[in-house]
Design a protein around this ligand. Structure first.
Ligand code: ADP
Ligand code: MG
Length: 639
């Protein structure tokens, strides 16, 4: 007799948590108050993040796709996460893997597109296949899946987070929230129950290393700093060990470079590495027929020596992240191990020495992120007894807009806790300007062209006004998922323009680090250039306003005053053409001094005219116009 699986059709959909990893992905849920991962029919919870596109149109995900990778390298997408949210002309991603890409002219520059069997596949679509696979896995176990929490690296930028959400939507998942991987790991350890503390999360995966410093303040997690290396992981251990084995087998340099052998050697090395986690010594029979040695023996001590340089690189990133967080190693209340590579015993010893305390590693480091995501999903769907945990993260890089002269005005500085919002007010540079061009940038440099461009948009339809009269209020909002929305409102007309910033490029932690270092390297020079550009803009505006005033109110000028002002004007204009910021400033002060009496006379007249039968509103406007000259160099101007 066949047993039918009977379930209640009214059964409530269950929330799930997904760790969408570079190497492996997992899905978990909370069962009887405890999180657990969901295994496939082979009993494994780890789904390799690999997607194979068969010629007949079938899409294969996971272990089966992994087995097809060698024979079909261009049709099997490995480590898709590295491409997520990247632009088509991103030189870095185009070098990754053996893939064919569509020429960017064909499809536009917004995202990288793989060309598989002549069809375009985006990283979002490939990621959606992995998510769909995990969703099906969960449905087999739970019958009905509710909302999902998906984890992302703490350094993921807007574009990468948006791409992750898009992939989830494509897979038919309802995203409750994106949560940072390290935060999810801290939740799995129940650290939120402590209310307060300072933690480091050391995540050593297959191809990436990430370190995050988290602070728990009254039950609220904040990411204090992030760091790492996007090209450092267990794969590097495999390569070093493969070399070691090849030498021990006596393979010549020439033989061991053959692509087919490289694959076999790497697989052998990985298996050996895994065995060395439990055994002190591993003997590997030589599978190559024409090599001299019959077997190779690797001790754990030898393996430790091999991987030590890799660990030192992680140590450097950790020290920097701790420094960036503004804390001392000794202040950390706990260190959490995440990622398959932290299974290596020497990694644990190294981390213990580095932080001066034994790390928390008793939850399976492969699963800990997915388990934390499941707990968070459970709480967000209102199934937990505890109050909702607010998960706060920080911006990895500053966000701002380009203002006059091409300099950046930072609206949200780096390391601001999100969600957050901030406003700045700008004005026009030219008389009769009827629109603003807003250029949104990300980065630490002072000059816009040195930062990453996120979006450009225009607020048009403003009635022509004198320079400096329009009031443009720009609001930056970053939501809980780290996505940026920009609103520009012209206050006198009420015109509003919104944009959701969806940058096409992603930034990995290495790029972020490079941008930070660049900013440090160029700090002084950038500041000087910024001062020069700003002073030029101000000088231009001041000169224009003065030139206009001495024509309009010529009758208010005393004998000889016009000549003095004109001489100061000429000197100012000449200095603005030069490279000396201090000189421009000096000339502006000179012009200021020369126009003092004239400006006072103009103001008196403006007030007198206004009072002669006008309402208060227009008096203010007239006075403001009269004040124009003085205000000109007290304000920024959007381009
Ligand atoms: P990712 O976060 O990049 O998806 P994982 O956290 O799943 O990656 O880590 C995968 C890495 O962990 C691989 O390099 C794998 O070889 C390594 N790994 C898994 N188990 C062990 C083990 N027992 N000993 C050593 N390394 C391991
Ligand atoms: Mg991971």
């Amino acid at each position: 007799m066949m047993l039918l699986d009977i379930f209640d059709p009214k059964a409530k959909p269950r929330p799930i948590g997904i760790d969408l990893g570079t190497t492996n992905s997992l899905v978990a849920y909370v069962r009887d108050g405890r999180p657990e991962t969901i295994a496939d029919c082979d009993g494994s919870a780890l789904v390799p993040s690999i997607v194979h596109y068969a010629r007949n149109g079938a899409v294969i995900v996971g272990d089966r796709a992994k087995r097809l990778a060698e024979a079909h390298p261009q049709e099997t997408l490995v480590s898709v996460k590295r491409f997520l949210g990247r632009g088509a002309d991103d030189p870095e991603t185009r070098q990754l893997g053996p893939y064919a890409f569509l020429p960017r002219e064909a499809e536009g520059p917004d995202v990288v597109r793989f060309s598989v069997h002549g069809k375009a596949i985006t990283p979002v679509e490939a990621s959606a296949e992995i998510l769909r696979n995990l969703k099906e896995l969960a449905e087999e176990e739970l019958h009905s899946v509710g909302g999902v929490v998906i984890t992302v690296p703490a350094y993921f930028d807007d574009g990468q987070r948006q791409a992750t959400k898009d992939a989830a939507k494509l897979a038919g998942l309802r995203v409750l929230r994106l949560v940072n991987e390290p935060t999810a790991a801290a939740l799995a350890y129940g650290l939120d129950a402590k209310r307060d503390g300072l933690f480091a999360v050391y995540d050593f995966g297959g191809g990436t290393f990430d370190v995050t410093v988290l602070v728990l303040d009254d039950g609220v997690f904040q990411v204090k700093s992030t760091g790492g290396d996007s090209a450092l992981g267990g794969d590097d251990m495999d390569r070093l060990l493969a070399d070691e084995l090849a030498t021990a087998f006596g393979l010549t340099e020439e033989v061991r470079k053959k692509p087919a052998l490289v694959r076999v050697l790497l697989d052998l090395a990985r298996a050996t590495k895994h065995r060395l986690t439990d055994a002190e010594t591993v003997t590997v029979p030589n599978p190559f027929v024409d090599a001299p040695a019959s077997a190779a023996t690797v001790t754990r001590d030898r393996f430790d020596v091999l991987v030590k340089p890799l660990l030192e690189r992680t140590g450097k990133a950790c020290r920097r992240a701790v420094r960036d967080a503004g804390v001392e190693v000794g202040e950390l209340d706990g260190v959490i191990l995440v990622g398959g590579s932290t299974r290596v015993p020497y990694v644990r010893t190294y981390v213990e020495a580095l932080f001066g305390q034994a790390p928390l590693g008793d939850i399976d480091p492969d699963q800990v992120v997915a388990l934390g995501a499941a707990l968070q999903a459970h709480q967000l769907e209102g199934e937990g007894e505890k109050e909702e945990i607010l998960l706060l993260d920080v911006l990895p890089l500053s966000l701002g807009i380009e203002v006059g002269g091409g300099v950046v005005d930072k609206i949200l500085p780096r390391n601001t806790t999100i969600p957050t919002a901030s406003k700045s007010v700008y004005t026009t540079q030219e008389d009769g300007q009827t629109g603003f061009v807003l250029h949104v940038v990300q980065g630490e440099r002072e000059i816009a062209s040195d930062c990453r461009s996120l979006a450009t948009f225009t607020l048009a339809g403003i009635p022509p006004m004198a320079a400096g009269m329009a009031r443009l209020e720009v609001t930056f909002r970053v939501d809980v998922d780290g996505l940026l929305t920009v609103e520009a409102r012209e206050q006198t007309t009420g015109r509003v323009q919104h944009v959701d910033v969806k940058p096409s490029y992603g930034l990995d932690d290495e790029t972020v680090e490079k941008m930070l270092l660049d900013a440090l390297d160029h700090g002084e020079a950038d500041l000087q250039l910024r001062r020069l550009l700003e002073n030029r803009v101000e000088a231009g505006r001041l000169a224009k306003a003065t030139q206009k005033a001495i024509v309009v109110d010529v009758d208010l000028l005393e004998a000889g005053e016009k000549e003095t002002i004109e001489a100061a004007l000429t000197a100012l204009i000449a200095s603005a053409a030069g490279e000396d910021a201090a000189k421009i400033k000096f000339r502006m002060d000179e012009l200021d001094a020369a126009t003092k009496g004239f400006a006072a006379a103009r103001m008196n007249r403006a007030i007198a005219t206004a009072i002669a039968g006008k309402d208060v509103g227009s008096i203010e406007a007239t006075v403001e116009a009269a004040l124009g000259i003085e205000e000109a160099h007290a304000r920024h101007g959007a381009r």
